[in-house]
Design a protein around this ligand. Structure first.
Ligand code: FAD
Ligand code: SIN
Length: 540
């Protein structure tokens, strides 16, 4: 049986695993923590897509909204293809057991988020990702062709030169976290589905597993990384708990929530007296966001995050407020139970109290450059690396341009998972030859890591640097300072790396440093302000 090793157990990895396994392949999914721990598991808002293939105007609107959010930088062909395939792939999810919210008549309850001009987002209240992750995981764990290994961290790709210009994949080196050793996994193909890298920043909506490992690993193997300067900051993470960043879904603004500065809020309170449902006093008219876009609180994320950053700089406040008091409390609390429970723990009632929010690193638009079927591009030759695929947030397909439209990520992930796995399993492949001996990990002479505390300091310093100097608003001075600091950290980490037996913190820190450096270099290279990239020294 041909064998594929998949790194990552979010939507991209699990959907691809099921597709390959159903095609008769032997599938091994390795994932670095528990099986469900992934960004997918925390996705709130939903998945965008038109289910009805004949709804041409709806699809055109989805395409237009995606292109506009991407600030003219999306690959339009890719956008058109993905939007066209959305209905089929969302149906696949439904067939896999995902329950999207319906109304009393049994029709899907489509909602809206920032940058969308129509309601096309399917959801499972505010835990859409958990619903998807649970359904796919339940199928995968029961599938006889799929082996799922938790606490296994993909460390590096094993490649060989096929000829003078082409490389091919032989397998993966994997760090077995429980045993503390590196194991060699042979396979006919490797699919990277390791997600993004929000953990490069101090404040992020991403779980701890999001350390950009897949991108770093692919980069070391000679893969091309693209558009790395476009890091998306979500405008509304709750500014309540310094130890845990929690997302307040854009769907709350889609439901009517409004962003205000503290000063906007005071003016609004004064205007409405005690009557928050006074329709003559529209909360949106008091929102600072109107200065930045006619879409106000529901403008795209790049615009809203920058507007918040700007307002906080002017006022010196630590956060802005998300207002929901003018909305139906009962409906709100029923519609957003996860958010409501989180806020209650902090003494805030949805529909009653203003919610303090700030932007947080949320999504990597850039990533491993792939073609239309998820095959990884070699940076030196622009050929594909044979047998190597990247899907989901780890990949850069060109779909999102310079800024991703809300709820297009789960969609892109499922479309590319399907394409990559179908391409892989439909092509005749020489079965893996067990006698073909793979090189072992370079374990000789390595010693246990001493002075672990220095890694902790380096990690803190890296996150702080990335947050302060490579955040929502950049400048040449800040980017150059960030580069100098990251270079220093890199030197330290490489010293430890050369001589030490790997540990999860060391492997992750090394990956994070390498990708941080690429983000900074990409940001320095981009001389125009576009989508998520804003450098105040650029002219436009
Ligand atoms: P992930 O779901 O992140 O999975 C990556 C997997 O790889 C994990 O299992 C991880 O443990 C594993 N992994 C990482 N490194 C390694 C390694 N070295 N070795 C082995 N395994 C590894 N998008 C939308 O479209 N709609 C939304 O409503 C939405 N809401 C979001 C809310 C939050 C809080 C967050 C964080 C993101 C949200 N997004 C949303 C973005 C979306 O969830 C992600 O982009 C998407 O889930 C990525 O899926 P993925 O399978 O590529 O990666
Ligand atoms: C959210 O629910 O606000 C996140 C949606 C997304 O990232 O697409």
């Amino acid at each position: 049986m041909p064998r594929v090793v998949l790194a990552g157990s979010g939507i991209a990895g699990l959907f691809a695993a099921l597709t390959c396994a159903n095609a008769g392949w032997d599938v091994c999914v390795i994932t670095k923590q528990s099986l469900e721990e992934s960004s997918t598991n925390y996705a709130q808002g939903g998945i965008a897509g038109i289910l009805d293939k004949t709804n041409l105007s709806g699809k055109e609107t989805h395409i237009r909204d995606t292109l506009e959010a991407g600030d003219g930088y999306c690959d339009e062909d890719i956008v058109r293809d993905v939007v066209d395939e959305a209905g089929d792939r969302i149906r696949d999810l439904i067939n896999a057991g995902v329950n999207f919210q319906t109304d009393l008549k049994g029709n899907f309850d489509y909602i809206k988020e920032g940058g969308h001009s129509q309601n096309i987002i399917l959801h499972a209240k505010d835990s859409t990702g958990k619903e998807i992750e649970t359904a796919l995981l339940s199928k995968a764990t029961k599938h006889p062709n799929i082996e799922l290994l938790s606490n296994h961290l993909a460390l590096d790709l094993i490649l060989r030169d096929r000829n003078s210009v082409e490389k091919e994949i032989l397998g993966l080196w994997v760090f077995n976290i429980d045993k503390g050793i590196v194991e060699t996994f042979a396979s006919d193909a490797v699919i990277l589905a390791t997600g993004g890298g929000g953990q490069l920043f101090s404040r992020t909506t991403n779980p701890s597993v999001a350390t950009a490992d897949g991108m770093a690993m692919a980069f070391r193997a000679g893969a091309k990384l693209s558009d790395m300067e476009f890091v998306q900051f979500h405008p509304t993470s709750a500014a309540l708990d310094s130890n845990q960043t929690f997302l307040i879904s854009e769907a709350v603004r889609g439901f009517g929530g409004v962003l205000m500065t503290k000063s906007n809020y005071k003016s609004w309170e004064k205007a409405h007296g005690k009557n928050t449902s006074n329709t003559m006093v529209k909360p949106e008219d008091f929102s600072f966001t109107k200065k930045y876009s006619k879409l106000g609180s529901l403008a795209t994320r790049d615009i809203v995050a920058r507007a918040i950053d700007h307002e906080l700089n002017i006022s010196g406040d630590d956060y802005v407020l998300l207002i929901t008091e003018h909305l139906d409390k009962q409906e709100l609390q029923t519609r957003f139970p996860t958010i409501n429970n989180f806020l209650l723990k902090h003494g805030i009632k949805l529909g009653i109290d203003p919610i303090p929010v700030v932007p947080a690193a949320h999504y990597f638009v850039g990533g491993i450059s792939v073609n239309k079927i998820g095959q990884v591009v070699n940076s030196a030759t622009e050929n594909i690396i044979s047998g190597l695929y990247a899907i989901g947030e780890v990949a850069c397909t060109g779909m999102h341009g310079a800024n991703r439209l809300a709820s297009n990520s789960l969609l892109e992930a499922v479309v590319y998972s399907s394409r990559a796995s179908l391409n892989l399993t439909n092509n005749i492949i020489v079965p893996f030859d067990d006698s073909n001996v793979l090189p072992d990990w370079r374990a000789d002479g390595l010693e246990s890591l001493v002075d672990h505390y220095s890694l902790v300091d380096d990690l803190k310093s890296l996150k702080m640097t990335m947050s302060r100097d490579v955040g929502v608003v950049r400048s040449n001075r800040r980017l150059n300072r960030a580069l100098r600091r990251v270079n220093l950290i890199e030197n330290e980490v490489e010293l430890a790396w050369e001589s030490s037996i790997p540990t999860r913190p060391l492997i992750e820190l090394r990956n994070m440093v390498q990708i941080s450096k690429i983000i900074i270099e990409s940001a320095l290279k981009r001389k125009e302000n576009l989508g998520l990239h804003y450098n105040e020294d650029n002219l436009s």
